[in-house]
Ligand binder design. Structure first.
Ligand SMILES: Nc1ncnc2c1ncn2[C@@H]1O[C@H](COP(=O)(O)OP(=O)(O)O)[C@@H](O)[C@H]1O
Ligand SMILES: [Mg+2]
Length: 360
């Protein structure tokens, strides 16, 4: 389990070709190609029902594809499932810990299953409990943990064996912002330590924080891929939001930006009720130019912020249609809000039935 991939030549740690998995009429995977280069994070971005979990299950040898091939760390999912399982770590959309055992016992047990000595398993458990702010709760049974604590315990469990390839299936859906940040820090640390990560997410912001490259999927198909910056450029970069010191100046500010016709700045939108001017920008230079222009015109600025395109905006830009195809809830919120309590509620009922407990 402590195996590291020895090949550092930038080859693919995960290689997926023409992967197909149908459930009756549902094309969960409809010919997916993707690659995760070794030592990098690939973000698989897609709305609910896009096929993300199915992909992770195929790559974990839990679901057999109808067609196509996949190799992880050089092992074929169909022909070498046992070897493959030894080099991967998996964190599902919900915790797969033993309810009756304490957090510490859970981690210790997994360490022992992975052939760590008693001392090493204890040390690793304590180290991970500390990392995930679970030390205080270490002795309580997992059934008493909040949703966020379970998620952290689950992540810690997947990291015990220092897997070469880690799958994180919506690791932060339903977590509060603080816990989300902790998870992000840990994922980055794993990558620094040499892991390759395939991360599924519904959040553009998460992809932005963690992923080197992105594969956007929808209804079992890859609809875009590339480096995060490239994809963002395609989508139209960021939105600059400026709050004037004097709310009454909102419209005048937007008009001044529009009239200046700055290079690459199409225009500005004034929200007079909120007192905010929004400007789509593609570069830092444009941000500087807009702010400079406002200064030159003598406008007072109380606040400046930029916001990244949401998954919705990404989809709109790439496909010309909404991420949910007009049916169902807003994909950014459908999987649960920002509280621990929402986490369980966000798991689609379908997935619950097919839960497989895996400890790699
Ligand atoms: N075991 C299953 N049986 C039937 N349909 C399934 C099963 N697993 C997934 N699906 C369907 O396949 C599609 C993709 O699901 P999933 O991979 O869970 O998407 P995501 O993880 O991106 O939300 C959805 O339409 C889902 O309802
Ligand atoms: Mg899923």
């Amino acid at each position: 389990m402590t195996t590291r991939l020895t090949d550092d030549s930038g080859t693919a740690a995960v290689e997926v070709r023409g992967l197909v998995k149908h459930y009756g009429a549902t094309k969960a995977l409809d010919g997916v190609d993707l690659e995760v280069r070794q030592g990098t994070v690939l973000g698989v971005l897609g709305p609910n029902g896009a096929g993300k979990t199915t992909l992770v299950r195929v790559l974990s040898t839990l679901v057999r594809p109808d067609a196509g091939s996949a190799r992880v760390a050089g092992y074929d999912v169909l022909r070498q499932p046992r070897q493959l399982r030894r080099v991967i770590g998996l964190t599902g959309q919900y915790a797969s810990v033993d309810e009756k055992l304490s957090g510490r016992e859970n981690l210790y047990m997994i360490g022992r299953l992975l052939d760590l000595s008693r001392g090493a398993a204890r040390a690793r458990a304590d180290e991970l409990l500390e990392r995930f702010s679970l030390t205080e709760a270490a002795k309580r049974p997992a059934m008493q943990y909040s949703g966020g604590m379970r998620r952290r315990l689950d992540l810690a469990a997947s990291m015990i064996g220092q897997p070469a390839v880690l799958y994180l299936d919506e690791p932060t859906t339903g977590l509060d912002p603080r816990t989300r940040n902790e998870v992000w820090t840990e994922v980055r640390r794993m990558v620094t330590e040499g892991a390759t990560v395939l991360l599924t997410t519904q959040y553009m912001e998460e992809a932005e924080h963690l992923a080197d490259e992105l594969t956007v999927i929808d209804r079992g198909r890859v609809i875009a891929n590339g480096r995060v910056a490239e994809l963002k450029a395609k989508v139209g970069g960021r939105t600059l939001q400026i709050t004037p010191s004097d709310k009454a100046q909102t419209a005048a500010m937007a008009a001044a930006i529009g009239a200046a016709r700055l290079d690459g700045v199409a225009g500005a939108h004034a929200d007079e009720a909120e007192g905010v001017v929004s400007v789509p920008i593609l570069s830092d230079e444009q941000l500087t130019a807009v702010v400079g222009l406002l200064g030159a015109h003598g406008f007072g600025i109380a606040g400046i912020g930029t916001h990244l395109p949401s998954l919705d905006e990404v989809f709109l830009a790439i496909t010309g249609q909404k991420a949910d195809g007009g049916k169902g809830a807003d994909p950014a919120t459908a999987a649960g809000g920002d509280t621990d309590a929402d986490m369980e509620g966000g798991t689609p009922a379908l997935e619950k039935k097919h839960e497989v407990e895996v400890r790699v």
